[in-house]
Design a protein around this ligand. Structure first.
Ligand code: NAD
Length: 348
């Protein structure tokens, strides 16, 4: 029996990645759609074999409570709407999978965690890279200790973002610019690769002067994270630089480079170690797997087996807290200290 998902928001991610990915899922299927555009709702519903009575508008959304086929609601709306829809889904008694970034602020994220806890529903944040094989292998390699202590990470996520108008340039709808949209991948990877939480952060922001896209949100951000072990991560995210989505780890006895670590596909990985006097560089091939399908199936399994997701609401909340510290650092020009927090076991 497959777990039924309702997809809320039929934008690019839903149409181009998530709905097609269900074909590769083993334990999940789409059973309901929510959209503000009736024609699109009908056409997409027909394409994926959704029952006409399971097509909802945003105004209708709360009626999803009466649909027993829907076990999980997947929120794929602009960031600024995640809070409202996660609360409404929890009130309808449904488990929730929410796109990244979790919310606009840590205060919203805290309310989302509390609402799902009180409603006794699961909350998972869609950190797809934590379900992607190359990122998982790199994490395991780092954590098994064979390459010694990790000293540095370099993570970048850059792309050229297009023109106005779009919700990504609105502070109210996006919460911020390159940081929450794509820099978040660098931040989250530094945390889940290392299993540590940063104790100090530093950031700088640059916006091209007079560019209408960057009146409300940032174009480019460079930031540094310092972890308790001494590990330091240098991260860069921009809407104004050619696409690069790589993760590099420098350890005592080797290095790990994951190319396209944060991309939808095209990952590759090289690991260097010292082999006697010679440097040995191995290219690891793991085969491509649809990471969206892996992420959706994980949520389905958590529902079937009553388990806590690998990337629960608390994981999203912690990133929101750190992103706020990064903005504070960029504003003040000073490093910002964070309270020591126990890292999570992201290898399970
Ligand atoms: P999009 O603009 O393509 O789609 C957003 C949808 O929300 C549209 O269909 C739009 O009509 C609808 N919408 C409803 N109310 C709206 C409002 N008030 N204003 C604007 N649009 C409204 O965006 P997207 O790229 O599909 O992103 C959706 C979410 O998914 C975002 O949170 C984004 O960060 C996330 N995302 C995640 C990944 C990933 O790899 N995990 C990739 C892309 C986007």
């Amino acid at each position: 029996e497959r777990v039924g998902f309702a997809i809320v928001g039929l934008g690019r991610l839903s149409l181009e990645e998530l709905l097609p990915a269900f074909a590769e899922c083993k334990q999940a299927r789409p059973v309901a759609l929510v959209s503000g555009t009736p024609d699109k709702l009908k056409a997409v519903g027909a394409q994926y074999g959704i029952k006409p009575e399971a097509l909802y508008s945003y105004a209708d959304f709360d009626r999803i409570a009466e649909n027993p086929e829907v076990k999980v609601v997947y929120i794929v709306l602009p960031n600024g709407l995640h809070h409202e829809y996660v609360l409404r889904a929890a009130r309808a008694g449904k488990h929730v999978l929410c796109e990244k970034p979790m919310a606009n602020t840590s205060a919203e994220a805290r309310e989302m965690v509390a609402a799902c806890r009180d409603a006794r529903v699961k909350l998972m944040i869609a950190y797809r890279c934590q379900y992607e094989p190359y990122n998982r292998r790199a994490t395991a390699l780092l954590r098994d200790g064979g390459l010694g202590a990790a000293r540095f990470m370099e993570a970048s996520n850059t792309q050229v973002q297009g023109e106005v108008p779009q919700w990504r340039f609105s502070k109210a709808l996006a919460g911020g610019g390159a940081l929450p949209d794509i820099g978040l991948y660098c931040l989250n990877a530094a945390r889940f690769y290392s299993g540590e939480e940063p104790v100090e952060v530093f950031a700088r922001i640059h916006n091209t002067p007079d560019d209408p896209r960057y009146r409300e949100v940032e174009e480019s951000i460079a930031f540094m994270l310092r972890f308790p072990s001494g590990l330091m991560a240098n991260c860069a995210a921009s809407y104004g630089a050619h696409e690069s989505k790589d993760m590099r780890v420098r350890l005592e006895k080797g290095w790990i480079d994951v190319e396209n670590a944060f991309a939808y596909q095209g990952q590759s990985m090289r690991v260097a170690t010292r082999d006697g006097k010679a440097e040995a560089i191995r290219e690891l091939r793991l085969g491509q797997k649809n990471q969206f399908a892996a992420e959706i199936d994980h949520m389905a399994q958590c529902v079937l087996q009553d388990r806590v997701p690998r990337t629960p609401g608390e994981e999203g909340l912690q990133d929101q807290v750190i992103m706020e510290a990064l903005y504070r650092s960029a504003e003040t020009g000073a490093a910002v200290a964070l309270p020591a927090v126990e890292g999570r076991d992201t290898t399970r």
